[in-house]
Design a protein around this ligand. Structure first.
Ligand SMILES: [Cu+2]
Length: 124
């Protein structure tokens, strides 16, 4: 009888240990989800230049935020030129360009190489 009881206790401990392990995995998943949210928040201020277009064409940011344009059209150089001349990138097909928007308003910009390749940043 004593031996059977000891086996039961051992089995119970094994189950508890397994539960503890799965709890830790759960916490790890939650941490990963948190960093995913952070990545998408950072991505919200990025415009990708690809397929001769700005993606997204219209971007909303808060005053003081920096927008990053990522040049992903390899072999097809673009530039980012503000309609009001407040910012202007070099012509390039890789790398990034950044501009910080300090004042509220809607700022249109374009690629001078490709007619119809336009975008805008709405700063609130
Ligand atoms: Cu272009």
């Amino acid at each position: 009888m004593k031996r059977a009881l000891r086996l039961a206790v051992t089995a119970t401990l094994a189950v508890l240990t397994a539960c503890g392990g799965s709890d830790r995995e759960g916490a790890g998943d939650a941490g990963d989800a948190g960093s995913d949210v952070g990545a998408s928040e950072r991505g919200a201020t990025t415009v990708v230049l690809q397929d001769i277009a700005f993606e997204p064409e219209q971007l909303g940011v808060k005053a003081g935020e920096t927008v990053t344009w990522r040049f992903e059209d390899r072999g097809i150089p673009h530039d980012v030129v503000a309609d009001d001349g407040s910012f202007k990138s070099d012509l390039k097909d890789s790398g990034t360009f950044q501009h910080t928007f300090d004042e509220a308003g809607t700022f249109g910009y374009r690629c001078t190489v490709h007619p119809g390749m336009n975008g805008s940043v709405k700063v609130t």
